[in-house]
Design a protein around this ligand. Structure first.
Ligand code: E4P
Length: 218
């Protein structure tokens, strides 16, 4: 399963990329607002760090506006993927962009039926928001299971990109189900590294190494 960094924080992206654990990046207007910098500059910098799909979100409500934004964003780098909301106008834009060979990520997807429509329109990725579904008492992971099954049943090429991830268990479940990718906030990836036995093991090895060194010949 591919892991994407769900952030517009360039320094965090640089750090995660140096570890070799991320395959791409997703951004959204909220993440760009948190970064507090110019959107185009952020995107340029991210594309210079990560050699993989970088999702950039459009904000128009009509297909014409989304396509215009997509044309501008696509000029930044060949790895830019255009994020488009899962609405009738959004899917019109997806269909036209797919025809031009422009990759899309259909965002704000909350049901398997919405994901089915996104695949029909020719989306490259579909982003089901599992954390936000859990937040309202629905089972986000069940939506992932349903989408993976439906796409397999009919051989859709659209990739399932699990989004709105809240913790390491979401990542584990998504990988077991066979989702194509999971976009994670940096804090979630940092938690995935953590195990108390790893920390205790390092401490013990370092202590024992100090004792062992006393027996070394100079
Ligand atoms: C990524 O593509 C989504 O925009 C993001 O995962 C949403 O996450 P949130 O529900 O934590 O805002």
């Amino acid at each position: 399963m591919q892991i994407f960094a769900d952030t517009a924080d360039v320094e965090k992206i640089r750090e995660l990329n140096a570890m070799g654990v991320i395959d791409g990046v997703t951004t959204n207007p909220t993440l760009v607002m948190k970064a507090g910098r110019d959107f185009n500059e952020i995107l340029k910098e991210i594309t210079s760090i990560v050699d993989g799909p970088i999702s950039a979100e459009t904000v128009s409500s009509d297909a014409k506006g989304m396509i215009k934004e997509a044309a501008e964003l696509s000029k930044i780098h060949k790895n830019i993927v255009i994020k488009i909301v899962n609405t009738p106008e959004g899917l019109k834009a997806v269909k036209q962009l797919a025809g031009k060979g422009i990759k899309t990520n259909v965002t704000l997807t909350f049901s398997a039926n919405q994901a089915l429509l996104a695949a029909k329109a020719g989306a490259t990725y579909v982003s089901p928001f599992i954390g936000r579904l859990d937040d309202v008492g629905e089972d986000g992971m069940q939506v992932i299971r349903d989408i993976v099954q439906i796409y397999r049943n009919y051989g859709f090429k659209t990739k399932v990109l699990v989004a709105s991830v809240r913790g390491p268990l979401h990542v584990l479940e998504a990988a077991k189900i066979g989702a194509d990718a999971c976009t994670c906030p940096p804090e979630v990836i940092e938690k995935m590294f953590k195990h108390p036995l790893t920390d205790a093991g390092i401490k013990r090895f370092l202590e024992d190494w100090e004792k062992a060194r006393k027996n070394f010949k100079k």
